[in-house]
Ligand binder design. Structure first.
Ligand code: HEC
Length: 450
């Protein structure tokens, strides 16, 4: 029987979440020792923890990487690493001073954390990069791409070394063996495969799960691999024989995140329903199972050295769970809108569903991926103060008004402002476009100072 630790309605001290409020960048702990790191302006897609110090990395839908130099210090502030042109899906530490990230812009970036600068931009993937991993000896970086390939890169120079090709669909995860001689890959094609790092040749199909495999962890020391899949499947496979050692499939899907603690005694599994299940790897029994967020997925998990677990998802904060004690906390209850979308008029609903995750309606940028839209009417493209635009927008002559915004979503940003880092999207119905623009006009008037 699984046991559920019911939330006790723990409030979030000082956390004010709302469309018009930019989030504080700091760590906050509540009475139960449950802490949160806030500052990102979009969902958290990737997390990593470093044994050197109590450092963490976060990758977000807001296009940035957060570097948290000391998560044990409540006054510690994040350092933002800006450079990706789309959502950041995966982050990993490299050596003592470096990091690597991969994103929806098909690129990887190697960062120098001491100076918060990008050292190398690794290009070549023709699809989103869903996962990045660094080999134990810190010499190699592997990437999983939605172009169906895994990439291998020199961590020092950023040079591309080779592709691993053969999967029949997009790759979601990669993992090195301890000696970096073997690369394991997990794909939407339902298989986990292994490859010879030196030659690039496929060694074998490790397992055929059938449904897309999202996450993969290799435990070389104990001779098993574990994966989490689209259908909720969480399976442990003996690497030598290929036999299934354990199948911990619950009625929740998909599995979106996995993390192994320091001594490999605990495996945390995050799913699409906001639950985190912690397994005891000695016998694969469920040690804990709790709801981390009231709604939405647990995209990212990472274990800290002291056994605390970091989690991230739709909510823009990173939660830190003290798993040694009794969990009496319930995750962030984010309610950015006052009413359910069904009760909104169409224009507002369009905005809430299609724009609000990247744009605020104020006049200053927050940590969302896009510029503020509160003063958009009459504004020339690419001119909101304090926001870092692509050159496509700064060199554009478009002035935003009812017609041009309608046009933007009739033909798509890629057509009206080619090279824009706003993702391709169109709003098919003219009435939806009109309602959206009317809503924007109405709610932004208050901010309009011209
Ligand atoms: C996934 C994130 C994302 C979503 C969703 C999104 N945008 Fe954007 N938007 C951006 C980014 C990033 C830019 C800046 C583009 C650049 O610099 O190339 C931008 C730019 C804009 C601009 C130009 C602003 C300026 O100052 O020049 C407008 C207008 C705009 N978005 C409106 C919208 C509306 C309306 C929606 C919803 C229908 C929407 N966006 C959805 C990310 C997004």
């Amino acid at each position: 029987m699984r046991s559920f630790f019911k939330g006790m309605g723990v409030g979030f001290k000082g956390m004010s979440v709302g469309l018009f409020v930019s989030l504080l960048s700091c760590l906050q702990a509540n009475a139960n020792g449950f802490a949160t790191l806030s500052g990102h302006g979009g969902p958290i897609m990737g997390l990593a923890y470093s044994a050197t110090g109590a450092r963490a990395l976060s990758g977000s839908f807001d296009y940035s990487v957060g570097y948290w130099p000391d998560i044990s210090d409540e006054t510690s502030k994040p350092i933002w690493l800006e450079g990706h042109k789309a959502a950041v899906n995966s982050v990993a530490f490299w050596g003592k001073i470096g990091a690597v990230s991969g994103g929806d812009d098909f690129a990887l970036i190697i960062w120098d954390l001491a100076t918060a600068t990008a050292l190398h931009r690794l290009e070549g993937h023709k699809g989103k990069v869903l996962s990045v991993k660094v080999s134990k000896n810190q010499k190699l970086i592997a990437s999983a791409g939605w172009d169906g390939r895994a990439g291998l890169w020199d961590a020092q120079t950023g040079k591309h070394l080779r592709w691993f090709e053969g999967h029949k669909s997009s790759l979601n995860d990669v993992a090195f063996s301890d000696d970096a001689a073997i690369l394991y890959t997990a794909s939407h094609d339902g298989t986990v495969r292994s490859w010879d790092v030196a030659t690039g040749a496929q060694r074998r199909i490790e397992t055929r799960h059938g449904f897309g495999v999202n996450r993969l962890i290799i435990n070389d020391a104990q001779g098993w691999l574990v994966y989490g899949a689209l259908d909720g499947g969480t399976r442990v496979i003996d690497i030598k024989t290929g036999t299934v050692l354990a199948d911990i499939t619950l009625d929740r899907k998909p599995i979106l995140s996995l993390a192994l603690n320091n001594d490999a005694s605990r495996l945390a599994v995050g799913d699409g329903n906001g639950y985190i299940m912690v397994l005891d790897t000695a016998d694969w029994t469920v040690a804990r199972d709790f709801r981390a967020v009231k709604a939405g997925p647990v995209w990212a998990l990472a274990y800290a050295n002291d056994g605390r677990l970091l989690s991230g998802g739709l909510d823009e904060t990173i939660a830190i769970w003290p798993l040694d004690g009794r969990i009496a906390a319930q995750g962030p209850d984010k309610q950015p809108f006052h009413r359910p979308p069904a009760e909104m008029e169409n224009g507002e609903r369009q905005f809430v569903r299609k724009c609000s995750i990247c744009h605020n309606l104020g006049s200053a940028p927050d940590r969302r991926a896009g510029p503020p839209l509160g003063t958009v009417f009459g504004r020339r493209a690419g001119t909101a103060k304090g926001y870092s635009y692509s050159s496509a927008l700064t060199s554009s002559n478009v002035v935003w008004n009812e017609e041009t915004i309608m046009e933007l979503f009739r033909i798509g940003p890629d057509a009206l402002t080619p090279g824009s880092k706003m993702p391709m999207q169109q709003i098919a119905k003219e009435q939806d476009r009109r309602d959206l623009v009317n809503y924007l006009k109405r709610v932004t008037r208050a901010h309009d100072t011209r």
